[in-house]
Unconditional design. Sequence first.
Length: 363
Amino acid sequence: MSLGAASSWPGHGGRAAPLLARYGLPADYPLIDFSANLNPLGPPPWLGDWLAGAAECLTRYPDPDDDRARRAIAEHEGVAPERVLVTAGGAEAIFLAAGLHAGGRALIVQPTFSEYARACAHYGLGVSSLALNGEAFLLDVDAAERAMVAAEVLFLCRPNNPTGTLIPRKTIERLLARGRETGTTLVVDEAFVDFTAVDERLTPLLLEAPNLLLLRSLTKLYDLPGLRLGYLLGAPETVARLAARQLPWSVNALALALVAPLLADADYLARTRAWLAAQRDLPARVRALGHAVAPTDANFLLLRGGRDAAEAEALFAFLLRRGLLARHTHNFPGLDGRWLRLALRDGRDNACLLAALAAWRRG
C-alpha cells in the first residue's frame, strides 16, 4: 500500500470503516479502537435507564429560558452562570470563537486539532502558524508573543491534541498579559483537561483575564461523542456576544437535560481517576520497548512511527492487522504522517498494544 494524500485519510479518529477498506480488511474485522481519545469505561451505567425515561425531551423544543444546564456547569466550575454558554460539542464552541473574529487574523500553534483552522477558514480569518519545537513539542513563548502582534485570536489546545503536551499555567498568564497589549483573545481548548494527572483547569484565570475563552467537552470524559455536548467559559459580555451568534436550538433538549446528572456523578469521576492512575504509565512502558514517545499529560500518547511517513504507515498497517486501530497523523501540520496517536485504554487493551509494539520492534 503506497502512501496516499492526506485528504484520502479520515480527518478524525474513531472512523474504522474507510481504514479497513483501505487495507483490504472486512468491515466486521474485530478492532480495539486506540484512535479516539474517549473514556474506556464507557458511558455512566445509569445512562440507559435515564434515556429510557427521557423520551418526553424529544417531543418538545428546547426551552430557551431553561438555564439548569448552564447553572449546573457554573456550579461545577465555580463561576457565575453569565460566564457559561452550552454548545453542541466542542466543535460548535470552536466555530463560535472563530466567528467572533470573522475576517480578522488568527494564530494557531501547530501541530494541533484541525478544527481550529477549519473554523477560521469558514469565517474568513487569515491564519498564521507557529510550530512547536522538537520532539518534546515545546512552545517558543517569545516567538508566540511576537506573532500575537498580528493576531486577533490565538488558538491553543491544552493538553494539546495530538501531542499530549501541556502548556504551563504561568505561560498562559504571560500570553494573556501580552494579549491585553496586542488586543488578542486566547482561545484555550481544554477538551482533555479532565484526563490530566492534577487539576490543570484555567478557570481561576477568567476573573482577571477578559481576553480568555475556555472551551470544554463533556463527550470525551463521559464517552458520549454522538451526543455533541460541550461548553465555553469567558467574560460575561463575550459570552453574551457568542450566545447572540449561536444558531437557535443548537443544543438539543436531551443533551441539555443530561448535563446536571452527568456532572453530579461523583462515582463515575472517581472510577475514571482510578483508571487513569492505573494506566498512566503506558507511555513509559512504550518507551521502554525502544519507541520514541512525546511527553504527554493527556489520555493519549504520540509515538514516532519511524524515520518517515512510509515507516509509520507500515506500523499503522501492522497494528491494524493485529486488530489495533491507531490514529494516523497525515492531517496534522508538522507531523505529516510520521507519528501515530494512541489512546490510553483499559489494562487488557493496553497489554495487547504493548505486545504488538514489542513484536514490531523484534520484527
